[in-house]
Ligand binder design. Structure first.
Ligand SMILES: Nc1ncnc2c1ncn2[C@@H]1O[C@H](COP(=O)(O)OP(=O)(O)OP(=O)(O)O)[C@@H](O)[C@H]1O
Length: 804
């Protein structure tokens, strides 16, 4: 039993709510603070909510044994239990939802999240004690019958508060949400449609424990986040048992990521607000759980026990703490930062007043009292622009090197340097790319990109706001990396155009994309080549996947089986593969038409707008991204999610949901690749994205080249907005390096390929020479002087390739 004296030691609520998001108060030495103080021990804030007796309990004649004494204390009076507990606040059964929001300090928590702190609120208690009610309000039966505004829970009120703050700061806050549940010790994404699948839990030094590949959805309105909450809650596992007709069978974690964009000189802040609705502890004999319900109950109780152990260990003074068993359950891993790290945490202990629940109530109150002794050391996550740029650049470099190595292993040709999107509000102009290409240009002559350090980043950041470009480049690399890791064709920049043309020719793709632009198919040689069964696209680099003869490539391994091919049964039993093409919501079957009865390109479902992407239901301002990929390799440097985007409305067949979507490479977010926004030679792109098959191609006639020779592939940059101009000295040097590297590049190709490297051109099936880079009016030939070279093969360190 909790001693009476416990009460006296509790500081008063008014004195404790010293939330200082900005000033960060200075405590007296050795003083332990309850209000968050950066870098100082700060107690968890624990409040108690007593729910009213339910109809069943009243009907049964249960006695009310829990009473709030009005001064943040709660009194339990029963035959063998008589105790008083003090907390930060106690809300009795008559307290409104709004009073709970205001009195619990939730509003301050929202402000702290905006200020860059990782804030967590979690509700715990016995099953049926009102945790979900406190966080989300009463169960919403349907969208047509929303809950009365006065009943909305802490979540909805916090969202409203956040959005209000966002509006008052102009375009200052970028908000996104992710929603996962831990069900039977498996982490599952509640925002991904389709059958639930387990997501891996990873650890990194910078981020601690995190869920890999969870979907993160941007939102800008209350309706949007309310939809997400509703959608996720519907997917969450719940069942009926004796104590609750809608009992949650999983722990749910909804995290809102708050990114405050600061004026250029100030650091930006990246806070989080995480709502954890724990599944309720339960006694199987009380709930009458059997079978699956009892398995769930065991898992719930086990993870709550692990949480209890962590809290007990953390409640000891710092010097006396030994090991904190965070790794005992997924729940404690995910809550590690909130409990003992640098976050700020509010715990809401929910209890039933019924005499029947007395022992569970006592256990919850003891648990809560112990939690009050737990301290964290809050640290705001502030990222200076310089630092963010540097981190982004490092990430891009690491990814580029890794992709180079992967391409090398897959015998794919290099890609040209990535173009970048212009920063919002910055008109796209030649040479103004601020991404990788821009940074490389600003690097000292001949310097390895990996050696481009803070200085060049700083230069880049001084020239213009660079991160929209860098993020765009990073996203491209991540998408490409994922494709390469799966052994499939990378999402190749620029290919979207050809496939849009193709779909347009079939009368479907253009419409799906809003299709305002439909250039003549004659300007798209690759599209023609694909449709007419031109050559093997994978250059024989895939072993058994490719028979290595013209027109007989059975496709690269890819994530989405082509329904038509797999159903019709092809001679080798190797189904065709639908490759999602960047930016277009299109899928291309790599099998050739002769053997694939499916259309070469399939358009996806029409989408309301090209930039409303993600596999979450279309809703105002939704934009879905997947969180960080894997902790392998030299990546995982950033604390932000990888931008693996999924097309809207496309059901994910697996947890990887491999239908990737890239924003158009042009500066215009809704541009499907029109010549106005993407003033690069379309054909030049095609010549670069097509893997050149040196051994398998018919030797073309003289006069045109489509496969650029080593050292020249880098000449044309898709959407890089270059203008023709005389070669700069460092560019001339680069070209000479390109020539000299050809010898070293040779060893990257299969011997057969090396021996039979033919002229750098190809022909269409009719024998007609297809120029690789048809001139686009007003723009340079792809290999014209002034183009920015890409990373050389030699520049990818061997050790990296070995590691990968
Ligand atoms: N403060 C409250 N006022 C009115 N009704 C409440 C209150 N708290 C809970 N209830 C009601 O009690 C029932 C159980 O609540 P809820 O589902 O939120 O419990 P829970 O703790 O989340 O249970 P579980 O752990 O099993 O999911 C619901 O019908 C809910 O509407």
């Amino acid at each position: 039993m909790e001693p009476e004296g416990e009460r006296g030691r509790e500081p008063q609520l008014g004195a404790r709510t010293k939330t200082l998001p900005r000033g960060l108060q200075k405590p007296s030495p050795g003083e332990e603070q309850e209000g968050p103080v950066a870098g100082r021990d700060t107690r968890l804030r624990v409040v108690v909510r007593v729910r009213p007796l339910t109809c069943t309990e009243t009907r049964r004649g249960d006695r009310q044994v829990v009473h709030s004494l009005g001064d943040s204390t709660v009194h339990v009076s029963a035959a063998r239990h008589d105790a008083t507990f003090g907390f930060s606040a106690v809300f009795d059964s008559g307290t409104s939802q709004e009073a709970v929001f205001e009195g619990s300090g939730m509003r301050q928590l929202v402000e702290l999240a905006i200020d860059g702190f990782a804030c967590t609120v979690f509700a715990f208690g016995q099953t049926g004690s009102g945790k979900t009610y406190t966080l989300m309000g009463p169960l919403v039966q349907s969208e047509a019958q929303p809950a009365a505004p006065c009943l909305l829970g802490l979540m909805q009120r916090s969202f409203a508060c956040l959005l209000e703050q966002s509006r008052s700061r102009g375009a200052g806050l970028a908000l996104s949400a992710s929603y996962v549940e831990i069900y039977n010790e498996q982490v599952r994404d509640l925002l991904s449609p389709g059958p639930p699948c387990a997501l891996p839990l990873r650890w990194s030094k910078s981020r601690g424990f995190y869920v890999e590949n969870q979907l993160s959805v941007e939102f800008e309105s209350l309706e949007a986040i309310a939809d997400l909450l509703l959608e996720g809650s519907r997917r969450r596992r719940s069942s009926a048992h004796a104590l609750n007709r809608h009992s949650s069978r999983s722990h749910a974690l909804l995290t809102v990521h708050v990114h405050s964009r600061a004026p250029s000189a100030c650091p930006s802040k990246q806070g989080t607000l995480c709502f954890v609705d724990l599944a309720g502890s339960e006694r199987v004999k009380d709930t009458g759980s059997t079978g699956e319900l009892s398995v769930e109950a065991n898992n719930i109780n086990r993870s709550l026990l692990a949480l209890g152990h962590c809290i007990s260990s953390l409640a000891k003074p710092r010097g006396k703490r030994t090991h904190i068993p965070y790794r005992d359950s997924k729940l404690t891993r995910l809550l590690a930062r909130s409990l003992g790290g640098s976050g700020i945490t509010l715990m809401v202990a929910c209890i039933s007043p019924s005499s029947r629940c007395l022992s569970e109530t006592m256990s919850t109150l003891h648990y809560a009292s112990r939690a009050r002794r737990v301290t964290t050391r809050p640290v705001a996550n502030r990222v200076s622009r310089e630092k963010l740029l540097q981190t982004l650049e490092e990430e891009i470099q690491a990814l580029q090197l890794e992709n180079l190595s992967l391409r090398r292993q897959l015998c794919l040709p290099r890609l040209p340097a990535r173009s970048t999107e212009a920063a919002p509000g910055t008109p796209a102009r030649a040479g103004a790319g601020l991404g990788w290409g821009g940074l490389r240009q600003s690097s000292p002559e001949g310097q390895h990109p990996a050696a481009v350090g803070e200085g060049s980043v700083a230069r880049a950041s001084r020239r213009a706001p660079a991160w929209p470009s860098l993020y765009s480049v990073l996203r491209d690399f991540v998408v490409e990396n994922e494709r390469l890791r799966h052994g499939g064709s990378p999402a190749l920049p620029g290919t979207r155009r050809s496939h849009e043309l193709r779909a347009d020719a079939q009368g479907s793709g253009g419409a799906a994309l809003g299709g305002s632009w439909s250039p003549p198919a004659a300007q798209d040689p690759v599209s023609d080549d694909l449709s007419q069964g031109w050559g093997c696209l994978c250059q024989g680099g895939f072993g058994s996947m490719c028979r290595g003869q013209e027109g007989s490539c059975l496709g690269m391994p890819g994530p989405v089986p082509c329904a038509a091919c797999s159903q019709s049964g092809n001679p080798t039993g190797n189904p065709g593969t639908l490759i999602p093409w960047a930016g277009q919501g299109l899928e291309a079957c790599w099998r050739l038409p002769a053997s694939c009865p499916a259309p070469l390109l399939l358009s996806r479902q029409p989408r309301p707008a090209p930039d409303l992407i993600g596999d979450v239901p279309a809703s105002p301002s939704h934009r879905a991204t997947r969180s960080s990929w894997s902790a392998r390799g030299p990546r995982a440097l950033l604390g932000h999610p990888a931008r693996l985007l999924q097309p809207n409305g496309t059901p994910a067949s697996s947890c990887w949901a491999p239908l990737l979507k890239l924003a158009p490479a042009s500066g215009c977010p809704c541009c499907p690749g029109c010549p106005q926004c993407c003033p690069e030679p379309a054909g030049a792109i095609m010549s670069q994205v097509l893997p050149g098959p040196p051994t398998l191609q018919p030797v073309p006639a003289e006069g045109s080249a489509s496969i650029p020779p080593p050292g020249q592939e880098d000449a044309a940059l898709p959407c890089s907005h270059q203008l023709p101009g005389p070669p700069q000295p460092h560019q001339a040097k680069r070209r000479s390096q390109g020539r000299s590297r050809s010898s070293s590049q040779r060893h990257l190709l299969p011997r057969e390929s090396r021996d039979q490297r033919g002229p750098e051109r190809r022909t269409s099936p009719e024998g007609k020479v297809v120029p690789s880079a048809p001139p686009w009016p007003g723009l340079p030939e792809p290999r014209a002087a002034g183009a920015v070279p890409v990373l050389q093969w030699e520049e990818a360190p061997d050790w990296l390739a070995e590691q990968i």
